[in-house]
Design a protein around this ligand. Structure first.
Ligand code: LMR
Length: 343
């Protein structure tokens, strides 16, 4: 990837100008840009509008467009309408899009430490996950894609994941036997399902509704807001409230784009990102709670709420995952995550 970036760096510089609208910023007359640069920034993501990620992106757009007096336009493309899971990262690296905010577990191929949100029952809530990603280890992991020309700027939470399926009510690890689940990807999620006798397959989010509808997989795990906004309950019969793993995002940008901004422009974009981060973090829990109520009201799935004893059974069944991945993910990462989780 690095080679590719280097060999196309000239082309990328040209793309920075065209992708960003390129109407010149006011200049100082000596070739250096001054004032807010005019540009169009594209932010692409795969989820629906009534989700923490989209609300964060909207807050960012509003802030940047207002504070730049319209010099900077932010176009948001939800629902994989510009790029999907399959191609958004490559297009970010090529600067065809300037911001994406993918689920961290989709990057375990680049760095296995992105498996943290998949560690079973590690974090109980958004605050614990935020504490990890804002901490030293989390920041180090977010910054680990630099050789691809990609900067990890901020973590936005979504929330805990829950299991849906169309075969049977699940309230114990044995109930997973023989079923196949869609995952976001990665070795840890795969190991979770195989520990319970189930199969798994990674499928892009944009194809998940159809995969569930056509029986490519019997189930999937996701947050309430993703389940509700994508109407997965239309094609699933049961939902078990598990909170065993999480969806958390990294807001990634293209390094060359980022560095092409003058100080005044970057200050506005950075402050807009901070605003988006604040909104995503503030609204994630309540958006998920509201989504659960909407799922209940629709009444399309039987909702299974586990007792503390049943949750303990799952914890015990999944405990060996920690040993299995300690070398790959790192004892230091486990330690930082446990500290953030108050364990
Ligand atoms: C999924 O693929 O299920 C989610 O990670 C999508 C998202 O971005 O929340």
């Amino acid at each position: 990837m690095k080679k590719y970036i280097l060999s196309t760096s000239l082309l990328m510089s040209a793309l920075v100008l065209s992708a960003c609208g390129s109407d010149e910023a006011a200049t100082d007359g000596e070739g250096g840009a001054e004032g807010v640069q005019e540009m169009t920034i594209k932010f692409s993501h795969v989820v629906a509008e009534n989700t923490p990620k989209h609300q964060g992106a909207l807050a960012m757009k509003e802030y940047i467009e207002t504070e730049s007096d319209g010099a900077i336009e932010v176009e948001i493309y939800p629902n994989s309408s510009l790029f999907g899971d399959q191609d958004e990262y490559q297009n970010l690296a090529s600067n065809n899009v300037q911001f994406i905010a993918p689920d961290l577990t989709k990057f375990v191929g680049n760095n296995p430490q992105f498996n943290v949100p998949a560690l079973p029952f590690m974090f109980d809530n958004d605050e614990e996950a935020i504490a990890f990603w804002d901490g030293e280890k989390g920041q180090e992991i977010l910054g680990s894609l630099e050789s691809d020309g990609v900067l990890g700027l901020s973590m936005w939470p979504n929330g805990g994941k829950h299991i849906t399926n169309n075969e049977r009510p699940i309230d114990s690890p044995d109930d997973f036997q023989g079923l196949k689940f869609r995952t976001q990807g990665g070795q840890v999620l795969e190991a979770i399902y195989s520990a319970m006798g189930a199969g798994s397959e990674s499928i892009p989010f944009g194809e998940l509704y159809t995969a569930l509808d056509q029986g490519v997989v019997e189930g999937q795990e996701n947050t309430f807001s993703n389940i509700e906004s994508k109407k997965f309950d239309e094609v699933q019969d049961y939902m078990t409230i598990m909170n065993h793993t999480r969806v958390d995002y990294a807001v990634f940008t293209n390094t060359e784009f980022w560095e092409s901004m003058n100080d005044e422009t970057k200050e506005i974009v950075q402050a807009g990102l901070d605003e988006g981060t604040a909104v995503a973090r503030e609204e994630a829990t309540s958006l998920n709670e509201e989504a659960l109520e909407l799922i209940r009201d629709r009444g399309l799935v039987e909702i299974i709420e586990l007792t503390p004893e049943q949750i303990e059974e799952f914890r015990t069944a999944l405990e060996p995952i920690y040993d299995e991945f300690e070398d790959e993910i790192g004892a230091d990462v486990y330690e930082a995550a446990r500290e953030a989780a108050g364990q």
